[in-house]
Write a protein that binds this ligand. Sequence first.
Ligand SMILES: Nc1nc2c(c(=O)[nH]1)N[C@H]1C(S)=C(S)[C@@H](COP(=O)(O)O)O[C@H]1N2
Ligand SMILES: [Mo]
Length: 323
Amino acid sequence: MLIRIRKASDVSSGEITAESLYLRRRDFLRGVAGAAGALAAGDLLAGCTRSDDRASREPGPLNAERNPKYGTAEEPTAYAKATGYNNFYEFGTDKSDPAAYAGSLITKPWSVEITGEANKPGTIGVEDLIQPFPLEERIYRHRCVEGWSMVIPWIGIPLGEVIKRFEPNSFAKFVAFRTLHDPKQMPGQHDDVLSWPYIEGLRLDEAMHPLTLLAVGMYGRELPNQNGAPLRLVVPWKYGFKSIKSIVGIRLAAAKPDTTWNRMAPVEYGFYSNVNPEVDHPRWSQKTERRIGEFLRRPTLPFNGYGEEVASLYTGMDLHREF
Ligand SMILES: Nc1nc2c(c(=O)[nH]1)N[C@H]1C(S)=C(S)[C@@H](COP(=O)(O)O)O[C@H]1N2
Ligand SMILES: [Mo]
């Protein structure tokens, strides 16, 4: 996705020449058109060793202005962890599977179909979908229902701004999301560990909340495939599984949509799935978490620490029952 390429003045000319020429030659030899020449961004990629071979598979650079209003001052998790310890069952269920196998996903070109209760539905390429909006960098806490967490500098745009373009009508109360379903590109879909395609949903007001991000990058680069390239949701006050990856469909809905994990185990995974240390998973406590890269567990915060921003969305609801 050629969105915003780092300005030439941001890197030394030596880097540009050596690496982009090398990549262009490789792309040419492979017959791949339009791939961005990846520039070194070593300062952002702490903990990541680079070799020519590895660099050629790294996602291209992406510039975005940091938005300090939304986000944490905490130190981001090492890039190698954030891109090497993943849940993306379309590529296998081990944490190392997505990094090993997501190379088979073709993310360019990529289009997204917007359907349902909207005045202006349609199918649009991902570049055009996000082109009108300035990319923002936001450092968010990211907590999996399994009890680990990370701090990730995402790059994206507020989902709400995107949804407005399609003009939801007065029947729209929810937003449903769908991941690509193509077992040829996503070999994990040959197994029925989950029902495919992976689907998720939000209430419309959750989707329109300014914290809710449609991400196209992380750590100053485009999204690696294992993190949900080219387009994923990031809902930082909910458990990680709500943040659906590699989105091909967005549907505005009048009725509450089905979600993959709720369908699989309704007693364990509710529609809301807000991070809540007071509501344990039936098989384990949710009171603490292990921040990847740290040794001791730390307490889990209500709404993952974003309560000031989002608690008002749930006034009057019993969050033990509507979990
Ligand atoms: N399509 C799809 N989206 C998905 C998943 C998945 O298996 N398939 N796993 C979810 C889970 S359980 C988590 S914790 C996050 C992990 O995101 P990360 O690998 O970028 O940290 O992605 C979520 N989105
Ligand atoms: Mo998760």
